[in-house]
Design a protein around this ligand. Sequence first.
Ligand SMILES: [Zn+2]
Length: 231
Amino acid sequence: MPKPAQMMVVTPHPDDAEIGVAGTVARWIREGKDVIYVVCTNGDKGTSDTNMKSEELARIRGQEQLAAAKLLGVREVIFLRYPDQTLEDTPEFRKELVRLIRMYRPEIVVTADPYRRYIWHRDHRITGQVTLDAVFPYARDLLSYPDLLEQGLQPHRVKEVLLWGTEEPNYRSDITDTFDIKLAALRCHQSQIGDRLAPEMGERLRQRAKELAEGEDFELAETFHRVEIQR
Ligand SMILES: [Zn+2]
């Protein structure tokens, strides 16, 4: 059984975690915490390049995700490799996440907010919803999966969930000292950002992070909807 991790980040596509939480991930790792990534889809639809084939894109995006995670100091990246745009709220997907939560026993799980209204990538909505369901009640309850129990995967209580991409932020995380690492991790996703990560994009993202920190005693923030799970 692997060593428990303090944080598990469940990301719909390669690159969403860097956009949503990389500054916070880098800070946690600097504080000595272990972070694990679970990447749900292979991102094989994320291109407007007419010469790009899906298999090649999936391979490139896997490499980009590994490079970003390495730069941040993420301990392990687990790829579930569902094809892009095909995630559904299935018993199999839910059980896979429960299995990983019970195996890595994170205190905090971070994922996409499923409750963003109207236009929101379906994979983001479904990843967020299924992750929340996996955290509670399925990972917690003894009798949810007798076969996992037989494999030695005991129930686990996650203490807190952080949701990025939220319309209802209630928690701001200080990324002042790790903003530059976040930017560098984002730049690993070259197939997604292309020329958009020209120098001015760094400035634009810094400005946005500054606005999100307004009123705090730190300069730059990432924001989340935070759910503390009662015992
Ligand atoms: Zn995405």
